[in-house]
Design a protein around this ligand. Structure first.
Ligand SMILES: *Cc1c(COP(=O)(O)O)cnc(C)c1O
Length: 402
């Protein structure tokens, strides 16, 4: 019996659904590099990305994915031999560390628990030990997409200040930007790293970086070999320099439309929508989990990401089976378990261009897959999600607490 017809659902935490409006905006002819129409749209994107990131700092756009944006950030503010501190949050802090080591940085890790957010007190304690100020930067992952956990960035800033430490604060908000509050300047962040294909509702292909004045001052002194990523040349007046060569024109037209959509909806409304959809997903998983085979990875409810839910499976249950059946039989794409969670977790994303019925579709596909695979679950998960959303429509999402 096959059900392979109709729209493919996409509930992976990147890439995410690209709105029809963004696709249409990109579906056009390319043009002369210096066409005034393109220059105007591009300049407006650089300006408006500041509103999303909440910064007066400098914006850089790269024809790259999030890994490119990571490398852009590291190569501009560090040089070989520099020490960086990475509080472990999950697979993404580990991967960023791997990149930093490949670039000959000395990485110091604060071991973390993949079920809880990293602890700002541990950052403070570690920085206080660094009496000579050898640590040049802290690499922080805002939402670790592997664990489905969001950390308290302002609390980490407060910890750095409490230690009186001069290190730069670099934040990877690839999976959080456009899903929840992010205030680069108010939170004292020096470098922001993001990408197009998650909360920003675009296809993969644009790396987004923002730099504070402190970071811009540092980049003039660091000697890491770099050219494509270099901020200095990208800040020259000629627009051609902004992309170190030909601009990814159609991606930029897509970005313009995605920014229009975010502003039309209003960032606060966007964030509230994410909170409601996340709460509905958690409600579903809590029902399924009553049979003992599944549970929410994030053990502390207030640390749960609003954009992605990581669901762990009990011993003897290969989470990849759930993901593969969902994708190949139910036409619903889910995220798999990453790193240490391979085979032990699957992930349902509810970020970007998504709404209640799209979420019900994904949750329904999961619930029916659990039954099909004879994995113990309590039925009624989808109903719990529906009820959660009905209630939220009546009373509002409220703050993200249960
Ligand atoms: C997706 C993601 C990345 C990497 O982005 P790519 O575009 O796949 O290179 C980095 N950090 C986090 C937190 C992510 O979710």
């Amino acid at each position: 019996m096959s059900l392979k017809r109709g729209r493919k659902f996409l509930n992976t935490p990147g890439p995410t659904n690209v709105p029809e409006r963004v696709l249409q905006a990109m579906h056009r002819q390319v043009m002369d590099l210096s066409d005034p129409e393109f220059l105007e749209v591009s300049k407006s994107c650089f300006l408006d990305m500041r509103k999303v990131i909440q910064t007066k700092g400098e914006i850089f756009l790269y024809a790259s994915n999030g890994h490119g944006a990571w490398e852009a950030a590291l190569s501009n503010v560090f040089e070989p031999g520099d020490k960086v501190l990475v509080p472990e949050s999950g697979n993404f802090s580990n991967s960023w560390s791997t990149m930093a080591r490949a670039m000959h940085l000395e990485v110091k890790t604060i071991p973390g628990d993949w079920r809880r957010a990293l602890r700002p007190e541990a950052v403070e304690a570690r920085l206080k030990e660094d009496t000579k100020g050898e640590i040049k930067g802290i690499l922080l992952v805002h939402t670790d997409t592997a664990t489905g956990i969001t950390c308290d960035v302002p609390a980490v800033r407060a910890a750095i200040d409490a230690a009186g430490h001069p290190a730069l604060l670099l934040v990877d908000t690839v999976a959080a930007l456009g899903t929840c509050e992010y205030r680069m300047d108010d939170w004292g962040i020096d470098v922001t790293v993001s990408a197009s294909q998650k909360g920003m509702m675009m296809p993969p292909g644009l790396g987004i970086v923002a730099a504070s004045q402190k970071a811009l001052d540092v980049t003039l002194k660091t000697k890491m070999p770099r050219h494509y990523w270099d901020w200095k040349t990208r800040m020259e007046a000629a627009h051609y320099r902004k992309f170190c060569g030909t601009a990814p024109q159609l991606m930029v037209f897509g970005m313009r439309e995605s920014l229009n959509m975010l502003f039309e909806e209003g960032l606060e409304t966007v964030f509230e929508r994410h909170r409601v959809l996340a709460g509905a997903t958690h409600a579903a998983v809590e029902v399924w989990g009553q049979a003992g085979a599944l549970y929410l990875n994030a053990s502390e409810p207030r640390e749960r990401s609003v954009g992605v839910t990581t669901i762990r499976t009990g011993d003897g249950i290969d989470a990849n089976d759930i993901r593969v059946v969902c994708r190949d039989e139910m036409m619903a794409g889910l995220g798999g378990g990453l790193g240490d969670f391979d085979g032990k977790a699957f992930r349902i994303a509810h970020m970007g261009d998504t709404n209640a019925p799209m979420l019900y579709g994904a949750l329904g596909a999961v619930e029916s897959t659990l039954g099909y695979l004879n994995i113990p679950y309590a039925s009624g998960g989808v109903t719990a999600a529906v009820d959660h959303i009905t209630q939220a429509k009546k009373t509002g999402a409220g703050p993200f607490t249960y």
